[in-house]
Design a protein around this ligand. Structure first.
Ligand SMILES: [Zn+2]
Length: 113
């Protein structure tokens, strides 16, 4: 959704937008680790740069069908990456290697990001 590469679903992070507080046009984008949350989902690489590009392109607004005036808080997603960075210290690119670990998935599992 940010960099527009297509990739295996298994290599991507699903994020959903949670509306609130009521009466505002604020949305909080949170990681959907289990990929089961209801609502408007979007897919990004688990990569801060991919998310940064998505924000710059207002891709979250499009993918999550938010109004132009709506504000999107992606702090939770950014913090998730910060957490991941600490957990995987020493690994150069965990996302890429994870993607290559599933070469056999069908193209139906590919998502445009
Ligand atoms: Zn990407």
């Amino acid at each position: 959704m940010g960099c527009r590469r297509q990739d295996e679903q298994s290599a991507l992070l699903r994020v959903v937008a949670v509306h609130g507080p009521a009466g505002t046009d604020r949305w909080t984008v949170v990681p959907d680790e289990r990929r089961r949350a209801h609502g408007r989902g979007a897919w990004v690489h688990p990569d801060p740069e991919c998310v940064r590009i998505a924000i710059a392109r207002r891709a979250f607004h499009r993918a999550l069908r938010l109004s132009r005036a709506g504000t999107v808080d992606t702090t939770a997603v950014q913090e998730r990456f910060a957490q991941q960075g600490r957990d995987t210290a020493g690994s150069t690119d965990p996302a890429a290697s994870k993607g290559r670990a599933h070469p056999g998935l069908s193209s139906r599992n590919r998502k445009r990001v």
